[in-house]
Design a protein around this ligand. Structure first.
Ligand code: SF4
Length: 408
């Protein structure tokens, strides 16, 4: 097995994405909304300021894309993320909900939308509710106004609580809150204050992300300029604090950064972590279909051009400008092994075999042994998982499985 088995190509003459009904339908749909009111200083996601004109260009192209792929989609989960989906206009949101409603939703179980607390009012909450959204991911990030300002967030701590209460009063029964920890200058006391405010809201789900320094962001430029170095020991203490306090409250960590009350885990993200196929619509969205990873152009104009220039034909659909990365089955299984270990439950060997057609215990015994010997993982009856320390550094563990593709 070597790297030559993975090839990247741009869409050209032959169809990449076959529309035929004979293939099994895709059960997980992601829709990327590429707009934000203002860019946060740490953010590298594809988003730009919203204008009425850009919103129309986006929705026209998205409509065309979803119409073209509709016959291959039978979603159990839909996730609208971004960007800030809730910053679309009222008319834009109604149109977006209409596009989703135009799909076959007979199997739909979970419909999530990301929202920013400063961009939701009662009218928008009602459009989401009537449109079938049953799970909200609300970006709180912190309950300290100074930190929110430092991060470039457009909302205050009070707005998080107000929006949360509004969503509850509009009947949303599954709300997830996002926070960021290890922000430069943040103390353990500050994290504890944020944590207690979060816990008081009693959401069903929490995502707690450690601050990362992404290329091209103002935060990373600042860190370089000032020679700032994150305090790794403090970050570890913060993570341990989160873990202990949230578990006391009945929020169980089921993935490195995600905590849920029993039965309230995010089905859509679990599908990614267990290796399911998914379709991503919108600029910068990625899809994983039949062992090929596709990426849309990141820029809105390029995305719109590629969608509008494409005509599906009988044999398939070849979006102009799509990047496609063909992954060999074993390389893909290695990725799934590593990504799946982000979940606290790890892999049961039979479950892994069902998901990939490869045996974890036969293909990667040395890698698991290595993780076990350095004290990061444990074998259990019929499977393997990372332990508390290993989960903190799960990306390192994942590399062990992905390296396999470099072997001859
Ligand atoms: S609101 Fe979210 S997507 Fe938009 S800039 Fe901030 S972090 Fe990025």
């Amino acid at each position: 097995m070597n790297m030559k088995e993975r090839s990247t190509f741009r869409s050209g003459g032959s169809p990449l994405f076959v529309l035929g009904q004979e293939r099994s339908p895709v059960a997980h749909l992601y829709i990327h909304v590429p707009f934000c009111v203002r860019k946060c200083v740490y953010c590298a996601f594809a988003s730009r300021p919203i204008t009425p004109e850009a919103e129309n260009i986006y929705l026209d192209a998205l409509e065309k894309e979803l119409r073209a792929v509709r016959s291959r989609l039978l979603p159990r989960t839909v996730f609208i993320g971004g960007g800030t989906p809730s910053c679309l206009s009222i008319a834009g949101l109604e149109r977006l909900m209409g596009l989703v409603q135009g799909l076959d939703l007979s199997r739909l179980e979970e419909f999530s939308v990301e929202m920013n607390p400063a961009t939701v009012d009662q009218s928008k909450a009602r459009i989401f509710k009537t449109g079938g959204v049953n799970r909200v991911s609300l970006g709180a990030q912190s309950f300290n106004n100074d930190i929110l300002k430092q991060l470039g967030r457009i909302h205050t701590a009070a707005q998080v609580t107000e929006t949360y209460d509004l969503l509850r009063s509009e009947g949303f029964e599954h709300i997830s809150l996002d926070i960021i920890f290890a922000v430069p200058g943040q103390t353990l006391d500050d994290l504890n204050t944020t944590l207690e405010a979060l816990i008081a809201l009693r959401s069903e789900h929490l995502s707690c992300y450690e601050m990362t320094y992404e290329e091209g962001t103002p935060l990373t430029a600042w860190a370089r300029r000032t020679g700032f170095r994150p305090d790794e020991a403090l970050s570890c203490r913060m993570y341990d604090t989160l873990l202990e306090r949230l578990e006391q409250e009945g929020l169980v960590r089921y993935e490195i950064s995600n905590f849920a009350r029993p039965g309230r885990e995010c089905m859509h993200n679990i599908a990614y972590w267990r290796g399911a196929d998914y379709y991503g619509a919108g600029p910068a969205a990625c899809s994983l279909l039949d062992g090929v990873r596709y990426s849309h152009p990141r820029d809105l104009t390029d995305y719109s051009r590629s969608i509008c220039a494409t005509q599906p034909n009988k044999s398939g659909l070849c979006w102009e400008g799509w990047e496609a990365d063909q992954i060999s089955p074993l390389a893909r299984a290695g990725e799934i092994a590593g990504v799946g270990l982000r979940m606290s439950r790890g892999w049961r060997f039979d479950e892994f075999y069902q998901a990939t057609g490869f045996r974890l215990e036969e293909q990667w015994p040395e890698e698991m042994e290595k993780i076990y010997l350095r004290g990061d993982g444990e074998f259990f009856e019929g499977g393997f998982r990372l332990n508390r320390k290993g989960l903190r550094f799960a990306d390192l563990a994942a590399e062990e499985f992905i390296k396999l593709e470099e072997r001859d």
